[in-house]
Design a protein around this ligand. Sequence first.
Ligand SMILES: C[S@@+](CC[C@H](N)C(=O)[O-])C[C@H]1O[C@@H](n2cnc3c(N)ncnc32)[C@H](O)[C@@H]1O
Length: 309
Amino acid sequence: MANPYMDWTEFEREISAELKARYESIPDDLQKIDFLTGIRDAKSEMMNLNAGGNTDYSLPHMGEAYAIYYHMQRADNIFLALSKINESIEFPAIMKALDIGSGTGGGSTAISYWLGQYGTSLVQKEATVYGVEKAEPMSKMAASLDHRLRQRLQDKRVRLLSYPLSKTQTAIEQLADEIFDLIIFSYTFDVYDPSKHGEIMSRVLRLTRKLNSNGVALFLVPNTSVKIEFMQRIVSFLEEMGMQSLPVNIDRGCFCASEKRPSILRNACLYFNAECNRLGLPEIYVIPDDFPYYGFFGQCFALTWRGSS
Ligand SMILES: C[S@@+](CC[C@H](N)C(=O)[O-])C[C@H]1O[C@@H](n2cnc3c(N)ncnc32)[C@H](O)[C@@H]1O
């Protein structure tokens, strides 16, 4: 897909530049060893996600590990979902979105790409994305990547405003009067104790009340049975409350990036491996699955209040 604004490769380049800038600003090898060890620890903790489990996002270098491995894959997934939703509901050129569990800002990346892709070059397009994220290493990386993205987009008639917020409850209070076109829950939910399900579902319902009548709540979940079961409970609950499900069928493995294996992010992995070799550490990225890739391997649900009385 041709994009007149930025393509995935440019986003990958910014992520790689941010990671290298962080690493190269470290003054001595002992601290570089701590950084590389931190990325390795975060990466192995993060792999619990691939096994359907939970992850400790507060580990110091989780932002870097996630930005390399998942950020672009998630942005690609969200972009694909927005493209499908747009077949039944048209998003406005000036869009306001709320990203719950925004992580490193994959939602902002997807929305800015999406606006560039679908608008006309004559219309000024604008997205305001409020990211709600509780883990500081993730929100700090999101702030760095958003800053880079804004600089790249400033001449391109896409204005991106991102506001990182802290906890969900605080965000609900801070955004009391705001109404949104889109609320994203992209791989946000953990595996929870069933006694907490009711409380989480009612918080999700309260958030969806912030949608305008054409607004969409988008949920992306991994394909693991326990997370899918909980997601289906949330969807049934929201439907009982009057929301309507929109059809969003994304083929397994589908991606919009130009290649399956992102070579720029892969090079960032190889760069850190080379630094590990230089400093006498074991390499971080070893087996093929340690390296980032694109593709949709989860499930997608979208709901709207449109048509409800
Ligand atoms: C798997 S990551 C997904 C990040 C991002 N949405 C994406 O698709 O790349 C889940 C994120 O949700 C955050 N999170 C989970 N529950 C949250 C809550 N109640 N409030 C804020 N952030 C939350 C975690 O800290 C983590 O960064």
